[in-house]
Design a protein around this ligand. Sequence first.
Ligand code: HEM
Ligand code: HEM
Length: 128
Amino acid sequence: MSLDRKYLVFALSYAVAGMCLGIYMASTQNHGQLVSHAHILLVGFVTSFIYGIIHKLWLNNPGAIVAKAQFILHQLAAIILFIGLMLLYGGVYPPEALDPILGASSIGVLIAALLMLYMAIKSGTAKA
Ligand code: HEM
Ligand code: HEM
């Protein structure tokens, strides 16, 4: 499967997961997981979707290793971030225990964004 389609499948999966959490929050009238919900949808669904579009429209043969590493890093860091946020806002572990995981995964999401910026600059002209 091409990377743009992989991004699309992951993005839509986060959309489903985030919406389920939104419906759960709305139906229980407990909005405690608002931050997890917002980030599953925005870092998961919206950002992955945009990365998929960037691949489709602008990346002209990006280096295969960089592109693969960027995809894996974004997904891995995002999933760890979401699990960390759910545990934090679910009150399962205290912030002191989760801070290193949340910090590291946030930096992972940031480095993936920097790698995407690098590929966008390197990739040169747009596809016709
Ligand atoms: C089935 C669809 C959805 C349901 C049932 C739902 C439900 C909710 C609920 C109950 C809240 C908490 C509101 C509050 O306490 O202030 C919330 C907040 C939020 N939702 Fe959703 N949501 C849905 C879809 C989405 C989508 C598709 C996105 C973005 C792509 C999104 C982004 C957000 C954001 C950013 C917040 C936080 C807003 C704030 O900071 O006050 N939601 N949602
Ligand atoms: C490295 C990734 C990110 C980190 C570490 C991060 C961190 C945070 C933090 C600490 C808050 C405040 C939560 C609170 O109210 O207590 C927040 C809120 C918010 N962030 Fe992010 N964020 C990240 C990425 C993003 C991205 C990519 C988007 C949008 C595309 C986004 C959209 C929002 C929105 C709409 C809010 C307000 C809703 C809420 O309270 O949850 N964030 N973020």
